[in-house]
Ligand binder design. Structure first.
Ligand SMILES: Cc1cc2nc3c(=O)[nH]c(=O)nc-3n(C[C@H](O)[C@H](O)[C@H](O)COP(=O)(O)OP(=O)(O)OC[C@H]3O[C@@H](n4cnc5c(N)ncnc54)[C@H](O)[C@@H]3O)c2cc1C
Length: 388
């Protein structure tokens, strides 16, 4: 992994900051009518984000600053880019076309043919993707998913995919994505497959959500969808190095990014209060100073987490701590902002209304705080980390 030096990281941050306004301008529109996102795929910011995480072999249009090409393949690029675009609007960030979560799977586990299939779709037009792990009754408990992929007969590699996935980002508009399904019992009996939206037996239906509405969380249904051997991702790897190992890799690499979304919304809320609320009492000034310090320490923690993951993707603990902290901050600050502006704020300040609703979505992405705290505690107790 190419680790960027501090000058390049700073240049990247300065350049990407200027893109937030386009997301801010369309955030409320997309929140109300998520389908209108298709009207904005020509925006420079949307184009930029949709090409992030496409590697150089397939990507002729990276983000170039001072002759350095940025592909969004390092976690540090992703947390900085995501923070500032989420400062504009986090819903649009999650709702944008591009690789997102499934991109990590393709980059790290797919074979050349699967990469060609996936990236060529992404480059031909604005193309959404999905990552389908969660099920109606299996969220945090992902090890026990029930969607299954059984062999049609013993002598060929054909399988039938059956089951249901729930809360899947961009599921109704995605062209291609990754599905996790069980081929046999036990933790290594889970495989990943690459599937296109026009496969027979595959359907997607949008769910109605209160926060982060742009990605149109969806229910995906698979009824006897035929899966060939070539669609199984990571079949060239040992069972321990694919399947659920893929999901864990995605979570480790993307958890700091979710923390960065929460931070971007927190910073936007803080700046909104500073700009729009005059004549603050002493108590209010002190509370805002407290939030300002929290923003700085949370940002430092997220960036430390990103650098750790870039050195070794198994170093996910700091990312877990950063995400717990960032999701706590965003819930506190968005609630405080509504209280600060008083009765009627929910209706008179549409951005505060939206940011408050969005704040609760981050909690459930890439591990809830309860589960992350359990993991952090277990890692501390068995000596994998020396501090919390
Ligand atoms: C905006 C958004 C986007 C998403 N995108 C995707 C996506 O693209 N693909 C995908 O596969 N999924 C996606 N999800 C789903 C997400 O991964 C799940 O919501 C998450 O895994 C939690 O699962 P759950 O909602 O079933 O809650 P549950 O697992 O049922 O948890 C409910 C509550 O119980 C607590 N809890 C659960 N187990 C324990 C335990 N053992 N000890 C203590 N507390 C516990 C949790 O902390 C939580 O507070 C998305 C969710 C959101 C909100």
């Amino acid at each position: 992994m190419n680790i960027l030096n501090i000058e390049k990281i700073n240049a990247f941050e300065e350049a990407i900051k200027s893109y937030y306004q386009e997301f801010r301008d369309i955030g409320l529109i997309i929140d109300e009518q998520p389908d209108r996102l298709h009207e904005f795929t020509d925006l420079a910011s949307v184009q930029l984000l949709s090409r992030m995480m496409i590697p150089s072999e397939y990507n002729d249009h990276p983000f170039i600053i001072n002759n350095t090409k940025f592909y969004g393949l390092t976690c540090i690029e992703r947390v900085i880019g995501t923070e500032w675009l989420s400062y504009g609007d986090a819903g649009v960030v999650v709702g944008c076309p591009g690789p997102s979560l499934s991109g990590i799977i393709i980059q790290d586990f797919a074979d050349e043919q699967q990469k060609e299939q996936y990236y060529s779709k992404l480059l031909s037009k604005p193309c959404w993707t999905f990552f389908a792990l969660t099920e109606p009754n299996k969220g945090s408990d992902a090890m026990h998913i029930e969607t299954n992929m059984k062999k049609v007969n013993a002598c060929d590699g054909q399988r039938l995919l059956n089951g249901e996935k729930y809360f899947i980002g961009n599921g109704t508009r995605a062209e291609i994505g990754v599905v996790f399904a069980r081929t046999t019992t036990g933790p290594i009996g889970i495989e990943m497959c690459l599937i296109e939206k026009d496969s027979d037996g595959f359907s997607a239906e949008a769910l109605d959500t209160l926060g982060l509405r742009a990605p149109k969380l969806s229910r995906l249904t698979f009824q006897n969808v035929r899966i060939n051997e070539e669609q199984i991702i990571g079949r060239h790897l040992s069972p321990l190095k694919r399947g659920m190992h893929g999901a864990i890799t995605v979570f480790n690499k993307m958890r700091p990014t979710v923390a960065a979304m929460a931070l971007g919304v927190s910073q936007a809320t803080y700046d909104y209060m500073i700009t729009n609320k005059k004549n603050l009492s002493l108590d209010q000034q002190q509370k805002l100073e407290h939030f300002q310090n929290e923003l700085i320490t949370t940002r430092n923690l997220i960036r430390q987490a990103a650098l750790e993951v870039d050195i070794n993707p198994r170093n996910g603990y700091v990312g877990s701590i950063a995400k717990v902290r960032a999701t706590s901050l965003v819930k506190q600050i968005t609630q405080y902002a509504l209280d600060l502006f008083g009765e009627g704020a929910f209706f008179e300040h549409p951005y505060l209304n939206k940011w408050f609703r969005d704040a609760f979505a981050f909690e459930n992405m890439e591990g809830t705080s309860n589960i992350l705290k359990l993991n952090i505690f277990q890692s501390y107790m068995n000596g994998k980390i020396s501090y919390v």
